[in-house]
Ligand binder design. Structure first.
Ligand code: HPA
Length: 350
């Protein structure tokens, strides 16, 4: 295999110059830089990232820790992270902490031991140990999707955060159903403790208030962000004396479980009960009826998290920031609206 000395000889420069070009450790004149890159190409060299990291203390790798990686929402986030990382010459180390606080801290430790330059983490509902670990070791990190309440961070430095809006889009689903005449609109909420769950509940209540509807705690049920949990919670709703006429499911996993309960009770959508869901997914318009949903900009969330992390690496002392990306209202007909083919497929929320 060709060495740095071979490249230096071929480009007629010093080994130090080759090193500066390859590691970006010092500016090099454009024509000299090009001569080095041409020699690298000609000799068929592959950079040795491990050797390079000894010089730069950077590994050009990012650790990504997200739970439920098989959930299409997170898979799309992963695609966004991967594409943006590749574009900037970074590779990924991926782990699934299974939404478990202990596992999550271990994963952060392992990624840190592999000397990733920074981490992108979708934190669990109890991220105290994770925060303490990242803070103690001063790991550059961006939180993704589930945002951490500043009070959770205690004395740890604040972290950058990137996630979609949750409250406003949920309120929009509720007001849309209310405008269709529904007066008892239920929410199947997600895993307790996650910021996305809390914000969607807040949005639900804002939507009810905006529509002039009372809040009834009996029709806010918890589906635990799982199909089975949502099926149980929805079945509970259907045994109430005055059962809801419309249902909002707060994430895609629960949009699998809730309709199972409706089917068991012989109810059809939207004739017997209207259904709107948070999260769009590729086959949401194959359901009959087609699902009215809120689409999160999953891929953009992933890509944005990478950019924020790289910005953090370049400016370690800048203040932490939280970026919120807007969702889109995907108007189909499980809400009870007739098909409107001329409507744009994914109009942005107001
Ligand atoms: N957060 C936000 N949206 C989601 C999630 C989540 O954990 N799961 C499915 N959609």
């Amino acid at each position: 295999m060709a060495t740095m000395a071979d490249v230096a000889r071929s480009a007629d420069v010093s080994v130090a110059t080759v090193s500066h070009v390859l590691n970006g450790t010092r500016p090099v004149l454009p024509h000299t830089r090009q001569a080095v890159l041409d020699a690298v190409e000609e000799l068929g060299c592959t950079p040795n990232t491990l050797a390079r990291s000894l010089v730069t203390s950077r590994t050009r790798s990012i650790g990504l820790a997200v739970s439920a990686i098989s959930n299409p929402y997170f898979t799309e986030i992963l695609r966004g992270v991967e594409a943006a990382a590749l574009e900037h010459g970074y590779s990924l180390l991926i782990a699934d902490p299974h939404d478990d606080p202990v596992h999550e801290r271990k994963v952060a430790q392992l990624l840190h031991e592999r000397r990733v330059d920074g981490m992108i983490v979708a934190p669990s509902a109890r991220p105290r140990e994770l925060l303490a670990h990242l803070g103690r070791h001063r790991v550059p990190a961006v939180f993704l999707d589930r945002l951490v309440d500043a009070s959770e961070a205690g004395d740890a430095p604040r972290f950058d955060q990137v996630g979609a809006q949750s409250a406003e889009p949920t309120a929009h689903l509720v007001t849309h159903l209310a405008a269709l005449g529904h007066r008892r609109i239920a929410l199947v909420a997600g895993l307790p403790g996650l910021s996305t769950t809390t914000e969607r509940i807040t949005g639900y209540r804002h939507g009810l208030a905006a529509a002039g509807l009372p809040y009834d705690e009996r029709i806010l049920v918890h589906g635990g962000s799982s199909p089975a949990g949502a099926e149980r919670a929805t079945a509970g709703l259907l045994t109430l004396g005055s059962r809801p006429t419309a249902l909002v499911t707060a994430d895609n996993a629960m949009t699998i479980g809730a309709p199972r309960a409706l089917r068991t009770h012989g109810l059809s959508v939207p004739g017997d009960i209207a259904l709107c869901c948070f999260d769009d997914f590729a086959w949401a318009d194959l359901f009959s009826p087609r699902l009215t949903a809120v689409a999160q900009p999953s891929r953009d969330i992933g890509a944005r998290a990478v950019r924020v992390l790289l910005d953090r690496l370049a400016h370690p002392d800048r203040p932490a920031r939280t970026e919120r990306l807007p969702c889109a209202f995907v108007h189909r007909n499980s809400c009870g609206c007739p098909e409107e083919p001329r409507r744009p497929a994914r109009p942005d929320l107001p």
